[in-house]
Design a protein around this ligand. Sequence first.
Ligand SMILES: NC(=O)C1=CN([C@@H]2O[C@H](COP(=O)(O)OP(=O)(O)OC[C@H]3O[C@@H](n4cnc5c(N)ncnc54)[C@H](OP(=O)(O)O)[C@@H]3O)[C@@H](O)[C@H]2O)C=CC1
Ligand SMILES: CC(C)(CO)C(=O)C(=O)O
Length: 312
Amino acid sequence: MRVAIAGSGAMGCRFGYMMSEAGHEVVLLDRWQEHIDAINANGLRIDWEGEDRVAHLPIMRPEEATGDFDLVICFTKALGLDPMLKAMQSVLKEHTMVLCLLNGIGHEETVSKYVPASNFLLGTTIWTAGLNGPGHAHLYGSGTVALQNTDGTDEGVAAAKRIAEVMDAAGLNTEFSANVKHAIYRKAALNGVVNGLCALLDCNLQSFGDTVAAAEVAPVIVSEFAMVAALEGIEMDQEEVNAYIRSIYSPEAIGEHYPSLHQDLIQQHRLTEIDFLNGAVARKAKAAGLRAPYCELVTYLVHAKEQLLGAK
Ligand SMILES: NC(=O)C1=CN([C@@H]2O[C@H](COP(=O)(O)OP(=O)(O)OC[C@H]3O[C@@H](n4cnc5c(N)ncnc54)[C@H](OP(=O)(O)O)[C@@H]3O)[C@@H](O)[C@H]2O)C=CC1
Ligand SMILES: CC(C)(CO)C(=O)C(=O)O
């Protein structure tokens, strides 16, 4: 299969590397010039569970991509999704399946501007990854992917299942989900609890989980996500989601991980995805005449931190 990774930061490098190790032809697409230059000069350096590896994968800017792809996996940050798909429109062919795995809520609107429903797979993942610097990824721990077709047809289900099988065979623990929006809200609730707060408190998941505040604040944030999900007909079992969140704090799970929003804001002073997490919940609640005050506060505080750090 010819696979493009649309957004080849930390997660894009993980998925690109694992798909390439499974024998697929992978092309990394990105606009971060230092990263492109580093990979072109030295290959993609990987710290794989403490072992140094190098992968020689082609990398280029999205507008330079040519030919056609069987699968495009989107892993930009939320704010980079639209410009990425716009720049690579010419390689999105009739048979190209596009899988969106970004964190957060509402990416369907962006992807559907460029991809017909018959080619669009929506998904979510709990794999993790980080970057030590341009061209150097660190890949620890395990994860899963859930994905679903968005066109509601039997052919769409079959196509989604085929892609899930291919990714699963690459070790990405991928499953077709008959209700991926539920999985997306469940993951977004997890991100809504830990991503903004670990950034504001400057800590990893394990340290956050050890605070008294985590036990008190997490269920309230989860209840706000559940309230908004219910408006869209998605039922969340809040106890199950809270138990799921508690389960990731241990070092045997992903407790040592600094959430991607921490990586963006605290480590690199970059603008964040908060408007697609807690911010989306606050907006959707308001639009329905409701309030999600904890999500509103987290959103305000993360934006304040962006401002204080001069994030770009
Ligand atoms: N990291 C993780 O563990 C997880 C992340 N996710 C989600 O996956 C998606 C991708 O996340 P992730 O891979 O962490 O994102 P990264 O920040 O590592 O990469 C995303 C894009 O940001 C740009 N970029 C990254 N670092 C720099 C830098 N130092 N200077 C300039 N540009 C840079 C590049 O794009 P460009 O220059 O084209 O803008 C890159 O393609 C997000 O939606 C995230 O929430 C989901 C699960 C876990
Ligand atoms: C790994 C996890 C779940 C932790 O917040 C994540 O999605 C992220 O880092 O953005």
